[in-house]
Design a protein around this ligand. Structure first.
Ligand SMILES: [Mn+2]
Length: 306
């Protein structure tokens, strides 16, 4: 079997496109690899793949003990395939904090950039590997998605530089217009259940030895999600009970106004939000103001407090 390449559970656009593009890069550089996914595509990712004319990766098959895998856009076991500890990780390309330890040497590429797509584009350039139009399209889409078209505080000059470079290759010259089309696709939540909305971009974290769930729902209009608040709180309660979590949060992010309204399930969560963010809670909603990045703003504050 070839090297299996995949992004994190509850995949977002970067998780899916980074697996596809990195598998392609590895194949071009002599490492036979196949991209897979650890979950369903969200509406934005479907839009991106359709537009680029690229097939979605298949769901990851059962991987036997000792199988070789490459991780993109994640490196935490809780966000990966269930039997990761039995597998042999040979490569990681990621822009999140490092948390995995390995028993053997492996290829590691971590950079504090806004998107895994930016790191991948750098790998192509550094290794003189030709970037095809579909690859440029996917990496650009991931950059616009992860950085909210450079609105997120995670954005770095490298993301802007690579975004412009990839836009030229992909023939996407008006990035704002394309980003807005992506955001509209992402905001289309109409036929999702509350549980699916919660899982759209949902990750588990360990803080102070306890397990917490952190979901993010990005939209150009929060009124729809806020209108389904009662259902979402119920889905959060179910998830908390099922996985015995110490707390669970769902942040509704207004992409255009850049604000974070986080749903507050109960007293456990309220205490944490008040302690970590000095947030005031009203009608089961905490206003976290401009803290729109889970990775750079929300997680570090929770980690510090808990
Ligand atoms: Mn990412």
């Amino acid at each position: 079997m070839t090297l299996a390449v995949f992004g994190h559970l509850n995949p977002d656009t970067d998780a899916i496109t980074s697996a596809l593009v990195y598998a392609s890069f590895l194949n071009k550089t002599g490492v036979p690899a196949t991209a897979y996914r650890l979950g369903d595509l969200n509406s934005e990712t479907k839009f991106v793949l359709e537009r680029a004319g690229v097939q979605a990766p298949a769901p990851v098959p059962a991987l036997e003990k000792g199988s070789e895998v490459a991780l993109t856009d994640h490196n935490e076991a809780a966000q990966s395939i269930a039997n990761l500890s039995e597998l042999k990780i040979t490569h990681i390309v990621d822009h999140h904090k490092a948390s995995l330890s390995s028993s053997e040497p492996l290829f590691l590429r971590f950079e504090p950039l806004g998107c895994t797509g930016t790191i991948l584009a750098k790998l192509y350039v550094e290794n003189n590997v030709h970037i095809e139009v579909w690859e440029a399209d996917l990496m650009l889409s991931a950059i616009l998605s992860d950085t909210l078209h450079y609105r997120s505080p995670t954005t770095t000059p490298a993301d802007r530089e690579m975004g412009a470079y990839l836009g030229q290759i992909a023939g996407v010259l008006d990035l704002e217009k394309y980003a807005l089309e992506q955001f509209d696709a992402k905001s289309d939540l109409g036929d999702l259940s509350a549980a699916q909305m919660l899982r759209t971009d949902y990750k588990l974290f360990t803080f102070g030895g306890k397990s917490y769930g952190l979901g993010v729902l990005e939209s150009t209009d929060l009124s729809y999600a806020l209108g389904r608040k009662a259902e979402l709180l119920q889905a959060m309660q179910d998830e908390k009970d099922e996985h015995n979590l110490a707390g669970i949060f769902l942040s509704l992010i207004d992409i255009l106004e850049q604000k974070n309204l986080t749903l507050v399930l109960g007293p456990d969560e309220q205490k944490v939000l008040e302690g970590a963010f000095q947030a005031t809670v009203k009608d089961d909603v905490a206003d976290l103001g401009p803290l729109i990045s889970r990775k750079k703003q929300v997680v570090p504050a929770l980690e510090g407090y808990l």
